[in-house]
Design a protein around this ligand. Structure first.
Ligand code: DQA
Length: 157
């Protein structure tokens, strides 16, 4: 009895999509600094993420914005509309208290993703305003990091 009601509520929450949010300049993936970020485009990543989500029994709602406020609005939307958030906030990861505060108001899993290993790069990339309010952080593994983040969300549902 308890078991089936647990399963029912897990199904209910995973019926909501995982929001996969990409921040500034990530629309240029594939063209931008390919020696750091590789040749995979954002469209390729989103296709891969949707397929991975499907294989895990999830759905992915993929969005990208160059605007901090739009990312904040989407994180607010995730409060009711998502079962988890995967966020590569790009450079806002290192600066944005607004995104930190929006994430702090969520009670669903949040996985911060970076394609590059930010700790091998300039010191201004070594601090994240987001990590302290993320469930976990995946960094430096390339675009497979988004797939791993989906597995992490799934494991937390
Ligand atoms: C990034 C790392 C950030 O420092 C940078 O500003 C980005 C991409 C990454 O995915 O490795 O735009 O988040």
């Amino acid at each position: 009895m308890a078991k089936s009601s647990t399963r029912a509520s897990a199904q209910k929450s995973s019926a909501k999509p995982v929001f996969v949010l990409n921040g500034p300049n990530l629309n240029l993936l594939g063209q931008r600094e390919p020696e750091i970020y590789g040749r995979t485009t954002l469209a390729d990543i989103e296709k891969q993420v949707r397929a991975k989500a499907k294989a895990l029994g999830l759905t992915a709602d993929c969005r990208q914005s160059n605007h901090e406020g739009e990312l904040v609005d989407w994180i607010h939307e995730a409060r009711e509309g998502a079962c988890g958030v995967i966020l590569n906030a790009g450079a806002y990861s290192h600066t944005s208290i607004a995104i930190h505060d929006a994430l702090a108001a969520l009670d669903i899993p949040v996985i911060e993703v970076h394609i590059s290993n930010v700790y091998k790069r300039e010191s201004f990339r070594h601090h994240s305003t987001i990590s302290s309010v993320a469930t976990g952080v995946i960094c430096g593994l390339g675009t497979i990091g988004y797939d791993l983040a989906l597995e992490a969300v799934k494991s937390k549902l």
